[in-house]
Design a protein around this ligand. Structure first.
Ligand SMILES: C[S@@+](CC[C@H](N)C(=O)[O-])C[C@H]1O[C@@H](n2cnc3c(N)ncnc32)[C@H](O)[C@@H]1O
Length: 298
């Protein structure tokens, strides 16, 4: 058995060498959860709505010409579907890396939404299109934010709008520790670590700082929390896996089934309160305006 300090050193080296859960792993995860992702939408869609409508209405071309919208990491198309339902004239492009998630967008394609199956950053690098509104729901941490916000700004019209909703630090309390403990207990089963928590914004201030740094001006910004309770650790873990909230974690291990018992035992130890197993989803959302050439809105 590898000594714990040796194990952590090994993980740090892997992280330095960028041998971490990567975009192919997230793609594989979302391909797996495509048929159950609706559970997330049913519970969390109402929070996404708080970002969609203000973002579309903050756009200044509204009423003059169709709004060019990019639904970035669109998943099963919740955001695009909402916009189509608003009846505002729009030209929507929806991009996602998971072909299985995109299969659930067939109805949108019929309504004129352009679906693109591609890694998001590759799309932003290759497209010559400009957008009035870019919306990104629940996907920010899958991208290096410095690269992403720079690319958003390049593809956004002057005065254009970015709307985001994303998990923030403090979300899924204790889950990271639980996984680290299970990894340390099963070092021979660990393929690669995950660095997604480094990509979570630190609440309102954190998100605003990221955007301000890239020349955006905050129009609206807020945060929230949703808590779900289950009567068994198995149901809690199933919720996290089936909604994509733990996307990428199965890919940490060579054989996930072998460590699943340890994960459940840790959940039982760490997450039980009054015979219920609770999980929190902490998030932040914001609407940001492209401030123009000098970072000031013109
Ligand atoms: C939690 S889902 C969000 C889906 C949708 N935006 C929503 O609000 O319901 C995250 C999505 O990000 C996508 N994604 C992850 N990494 C990506 C990448 N590198 N490029 C494009 N999409 C990616 C996943 O395939 C998944 O559909």
């Amino acid at each position: 058995m590898i000594h714990k300090s040796r194990f952590y050193t090994k993980m740090i080296f892997k992280m330095l060498k960028k041998e971490v859960v990567n975009q192919e792993d997230y793609k594989a995860s979302y391909n797996e959860v495509a048929n159950t992702y609706q559970d997330w939408i049913e519970q969390m869609g109402k929070f996404t709505d708080q970002m969609i409508m203000p973002a579309i209405l903050s756009n200044e071309t509204a009423g003059q010409k169709p709004i060019r919208v990019l639904d970035f990491a669109c998943g099963t198309g919740y955001i695009s579907r909402k916009i189509v339902g608003m009846g505002v004239p729009c030209e929507i492009t929806a991009v996602d890396i998971s072909e299985k998630m995109l299969e659930h967008c067939a109805d949108l394609s019929d309504q004129g939404v352009k679906l693109v199956h591609m890694d998001g950053i590759t799309f932003l690098n290759e497209t010559e299109e400009t957008f009035d509104v870019i919306l990104c729901g629940w996907a920010l941490p899958y991208f290096p934010h410095k690269v992403l916000l720079k690319k958003f700004r390049e593809r956004l019209a002057d005065g254009g709008i970015v709307g985001v909703i994303a998990n923030r630090t403090g979300t899924l309390h204790k889950m990271e520790e639980i996984f680290l403990r299970v990894m340390a207990k099963n070092p021979e089963n660990v393929r690669k670590p995950m660095d997604i928590s480094l990509q979570l914004p630190k609440g309102r201030e954190g998100l605003e700082n990221w955007f301000r740094h890239h020349g955006f001006v905050a129009v609206e910004i807020d945060e929230g929390e949703a808590i779900f309770s289950f009567d068994t650790p198995e149901k809690l873990l199933a919720w996290l896996n089936e909604t994509g909230a733990l996307a990428g974690t199965m890919q940490i291990f060579n054989n996930y089934e072998k460590v699943k018992g340890d994960i459940l035992r840790e959940i039982e130890k760490e997450k039980c309160r009054d015979h219920q197993y609770e999980i929190n989803h902490n998030f932040v959302y914001g609407i940001f305006r492209n401030g123009g050439v000098n970072g000031e809105h013109t």
